[in-house]
Design a protein around this ligand. Structure first.
Ligand SMILES: Cc1cc2nc3c(=O)[nH]c(=O)nc-3n(C[C@H](O)[C@H](O)[C@H](O)COP(=O)(O)OP(=O)(O)OC[C@H]3O[C@@H](n4cnc5c(N)ncnc54)[C@H](O)[C@@H]3O)c2cc1C
Length: 384
């Protein structure tokens, strides 16, 4: 197959330039604190909402910018160069929450939630993973039992990004039996404040810090039937559609982090003197930088290509998984090598390299681990 064309238009480049400036001006000053203190950046989130970043892909009629996936990829890459955590917050609001509501919500649901999500007046999260169901998402045990015109929800979720601060969750629960697996899953919108919905402890993780990762608990939580997203039994399809698109976003974040690591290596190696010459004169370092740039460019092309295939309305499961797998593993590799190039100072908190390494490792796990991507790809290529 001839690879589909990657079409980065002048307006995309303009948006990229704008995102780069925004990141330098608004995100760089809080990036270190977010990571060091595991601090959720409320002011920044408000500002990102005011500037449209939380509704990049949300349709214009519902208060968003209505842009394509390639636009959010370019923005994600630029923001992640400065702070993966900030890029992740944008990704959760747009991709994990705004997208399923835009795509599967009723007019009433869209009108009630999307404009506030786009502006950052409401914070959302995506609740799929459970202690016993991560990669095996069809095994979720949270139950939603129909009672008249409502559902009674019982269960718990874990590792939910922005869960600690969210005002609402796109929640996946089982309306069928456990044996139904994927076919027995449904999606609901549950607002904070609904009796029986409790937010648990904030979970401290090594990377993507400051994103308010938390556990969510549901105990006899009554949710009106009108808050179901799609129809009963659509939950798995919705969850996978969201994750497929989210993988392209994770790949974009990985490209951004890897690029930041590369830029640091180039700049540091030119200034560091060893044995009477600069580090950048050593062939081992020169070749490493050449290899880094090549792998990052390949990751970028895979990522842009996945977004372009999606934006043309074509199936993009294989493209998204390849981009996610290659870009996140490239980011882990490049950030680890960048620490090596810097020697002792690479390990210190004076530089952001050790943060890049910790952040990259998170990307390698969320939205489906590398092994899960290989499993998806092998299924796409060989069949079941
Ligand atoms: C910081 C952070 C943020 C997150 N945000 C969210 C969020 O917002 N919403 C949400 O719902 N979830 C979220 N998650 C959960 C995340 O998606 C899961 O952790 C991830 O999918 C892996 O699931 P698991 O942790 O249960 O690991 P497991 O599924 O138990 O996997 C354990 C190991 O088994 C491997 N494995 C699994 N299947 C196969 C296979 N078929 N073949 C070979 N090896 C396999 C995995 O690759 C992994 O190495 C987040 C997690 C973290 C850490």
């Amino acid at each position: 197959m001839v690879p589909p064309e990657i079409l980065v238009k002048p307006e995309h480049e303009e948006l990229r330039g704008w995102a780069r400036e925004f990141a330098a001006r608004e995100i760089a000053p809080v990036a270190v604190g977010m990571d060091r203190d595991d601090a959720y950046p409320r002011k920044l989130v408000r500002k990102m909402g005011e500037h449209g970043l939380l509704g990049i892909n949300i349709p214009v009629e519902y208060g968003g910018l209505g842009l394509d996936l390639l636009s959010s990829v370019l923005v994600g890459e630029e923001i992640a160069k400065v702070s993966l955590s900030a890029a992740l917050l944008i990704g959760v609001q747009n991709g994990l929450v705004g997208y399923p509501l835009s795509q599967f919500g009723t007019k009433d649901q869209k009108e009630r939630f999307l404009p506030r999500l786009a502006k950052g007046e409401m914070i959302g999260c995506y609740g799929l993973t459970e202690p016993g169901a991560g990669s095996d998402a069809a095994n979720i045990q949270t139950r939603a039992e129909k009672e008249g015109d409502s559902y009674r929800i019982n269960g718990s979720k874990i590792w939910i990004s922005q869960g600690f601060y969210a005002d609402m969750v796109v929640l996946f629960a089982r309306t069928g039996t456990t044996e139904d697996r994927a076919a027995g899953m449904s999606a609901f919108i549950v607002e904070k404040g609904t009796p029986g919905f409790e937010v648990g402890a904030k979970l401290e993780v090594m990377g993507a810090r400051g994103t308010g990762t938390a556990e969510l608990f549901f105990k006899d939580c009554i949710v009106p039937s009108r808050e179901m997203l799609g129809s009963a039994g659509d939950g798995f399809l919705i969850a996978m559609a969201v994750l497929n698109q989210g993988r392209v976003g994770a790949a974009a974040g990985a490209v951004g982090v890897a690029e930041a690591a590369l830029e640091a290596c180039i700049s540091y190696s030119k200034g560091r003197m060893l044995f009477g010459r600069s580090l950048s004169n050593l062939e081992a370092i020169r070749f490493l930088i050449a290899e880094m740039a090549t792998r990052i460019e390949a990751a970028r092309l895979l990522t842009y290509r996945a977004a372009c295939v999606r934006d043309r309305g074509e199936e993009f499961i294989k493209e998204a998984s390849m981009a996610k797998l290659f870009a996140t593993e490239t980011a882990v590799w490049a950030s680890e090598r960048a620490i090596q190039v810097h020697g002792g100072i690479g390990l210190s908190k004076q530089l952001p390299l050790e943060r890049y390494y910790r952040d990259s490792k998170v990307l390698d796990i969320v939205e489906g681990t590398s092994e899960v991507q290989k499993w998806i790809l092998s299924r796409e290529l060989i069949g079941d």
